[in-house]
Design a binder for this molecule. Structure first.
Ligand SMILES: Nc1nc2c(ncn2[C@@H]2O[C@H](COP(=O)(O)OP(=O)(O)O)[C@@H](O)[C@H]2O)c(=O)[nH]1
Ligand SMILES: [Mg+2]
Length: 245
């Protein structure tokens, strides 16, 4: 009897611990970095300022410029990897992260690190994925071709999934670690779309949160036409795979 009480006491404490809200100490921020010398200093300083330097930062780096040196100066974990595309880098980044909540971003100063507290709050409210919706505020800084393409991808994905989404290709999201670990990720350029389509279709709680989107520092690494075609293919393949799974 006393032993039973002891056990249930421990169980109660475990539940209490599990219910503790996540803080920045529970957060990893991860990104692929490919010759982002012009942006990385600002991105990492913004993260430090907003999170008081408490998050883990992981950079999967394929650069031949000073990007990895700047990342290390800021205390980031840098993993070197031959450049093989966005998704190869970001998947490695997600799997390298060690904390219970993982946020992705691009290393190009387009995404608002000031939104990190709101993203963490939404995870604490119970969402499994919080996805930054760049199109809500108009994304004026995005090239018009990309803006149209991204709106089209969201419309197509919504039809295929039977659920309305507004921005399937955003690079800024927060994920509970469980989502990352339970799903097998297959896409490269289309990984960003895969990262919202599979969780949504498996019933995870996904929430889109409007974010601002700034002009990029440095050159884009994505060819809009070839990249766009790959993303479209990923959206169709992944939604059909999930539907017939
Ligand atoms: N390590 C690595 N990072 C990459 C690669 N391709 C893109 N990235 C990074 O992934 C992020 C997204 O790429 P970006 O050029 O911003 O694409 P865009 O937002 O579609 O213009 C950036 O931080 C890039 O540096 C790659 O092959 N290897
Ligand atoms: Mg970008």
């Amino acid at each position: 009897m006393s032993q039973q009480q002891g056990e249930s006491g421990e169980a109660a404490r475990d539940v209490a611990a599990a219910d503790e809200p996540f803080t920045f100490d529970d957060l990893s921020i991860v990104m692929g970095t490919y010759n982002e010398e012009a942006a990385i200093g600002t991105v990492l300083s913004d993260i430090e300022r907003v999170t008081d330097g408490r998050t883990e930062v992981v950079c999967i780096d394929g650069s031949d410029d000073r990007t990895p040196d700047i990342a290390r100066e800021h205390g980031a974990t840098v993993v070197e990897q031959e450049p093989q595309g966005y998704g190869v880098a970001v998947r490695e980044a997600l799997l390298t992260a060690s904390r219970p909540v993982v946020v992705t971003t691009d290393c190009d100063d387009t995404y608002p690190m000031d939104a990190l507290p709101a993203f963490l709050d939404l995870v604490n409210e119970g969402y499994d994925v919080v996805s930054g919706d760049r199109l809500y505020y108009g994304a004026d800084a995005m090239p018009a071709f990309n803006r149209l393409g991204n709106a089209a991808f969201a419309a197509i994905a919504s039809v295929l999934m039977g659920e309305r989404v507004h921005d399937t290709t955003t690079g800024m999201r927060a994920y509970r670690r469980e989502v990352i670990e339970k799903i097998e990720w297959t896409e490269n350029t289309g990984l960003s779309a895969e990262l919202i389509v599979r969780p949504l279709m498996r019933g995870y709680e996904v929430r889109e949160e409007p974010i601002t989107y700034a002009e990029r520092a440095g050159e884009t690494k994505l060819d809009p036409i070839q990249g766009g075609a790959e993303i479209l293919k990923s959206i169709v393949t992944v939604s059909l795979e999930e539907r017939f799974r």
